[in-house]
Design a protein around this ligand. Structure first.
Ligand SMILES: *Cc1c(COP(=O)(O)O)cnc(C)c1O
Length: 224
């Protein structure tokens, strides 16, 4: 099946009111595959490695919105801030401060999502819901003018147990809503709940996702 028809198939399963944004996760796939999806109307793409993003972004159309979704080391922040319209995988205060410093330096603001950790695996990165509640304060927001807090990103546990997956997504939605109705109440741009991948995105949408990140279902398996 072509990338265009896979995209069509996925779009047909998304809510028709446009409430869910599709990010095509193109990591490990060549620029030609991205160009194919672009020709089919796709504009949001996800990459997980800085060295890949810096090669692909200049080689592809400028109206692509690049989402950075991988673990980001502070020494790669400069490369990523130069190209990303949204950094979804912000998992430490140190990283947040590094992104802010670089954004301020180049005179822009970068949209970010705070990565929330609710899954069973200890290996997954991100803040616990309690950590997010104490991290995100008016003082922090005021101290980071180069950063626009847009919402939360998270993943479900690696399991076939659909009820476990659903409860992880509901936990992500709960922390998102708590923040949105609390400290972020006066920030209407805090409206992104990024959750759901190829195997679980329909469950994520049922649980309130506003952004799904789909790689394999669009581009096929990755060759690492
Ligand atoms: C790779 C990746 C995806 C896409 O996963 P698929 O199963 O290929 O759809 C989504 N989110 C993150 C954070 C990823 O690293």
């Amino acid at each position: 099946m072509s990338i265009a028809s896979r995209l069509d198939e996925i779009r047909s399963t998304l809510p028709t009111d446009g409430s869910v944004t599709l990010v095509a996760v193109s990591k490990f796939h060549p620029a030609e595959a991205i160009a194919g999806a672009y020709a089919a109307g796709q504009r949001d793409f996800g990459e997980s490695r800085a060295q890949e993003l810096v090669v692909k972004a200049p080689a592809l159309p400028a109206d692509i919105r690049w989402h950075f979704i991988g673990h980001l080391q502070t020494n790669k922040v400069r490369q990523v801030v130069a190209h990303a319209s949204m950094i979804q995988s912000v998992d430490s205060l140190r990283l947040l401060q590094a992104i802010n410093a670089e954004s301020v330096r180049i005179g822009r603001t970068v949209d970010i999502l705070l990565e929330a950790h609710v899954a069973a695996e200890q290996t997954k990165t991100g803040f616990s819901p309690d950590e997010l509640m104490s991290l995100l304060t008016d003082d922090l927001i005021a101290s980071l003018p180069g950063v626009c807090f847009r919402g939360i990103m998270g993943m479900a546990s690696l399991t076939d147990d659909i009820e476990r997956i659903r409860s992880d997504f509901e936990a992500l939605r709960d922390i998102f809503l708590k923040l949105r109705c609390g400290v972020m109440e006066t920030h209407p741009e805090f409206n992104v709940l990024s959750m759901g991948m190829s195997d679980d995105y329909l469950t994520a949408i049922e649980s309130g996702s506003t952004m799904v990140r789909i790689g394999t279902d669009i581009f096929g398996p990755r060759e690492y």
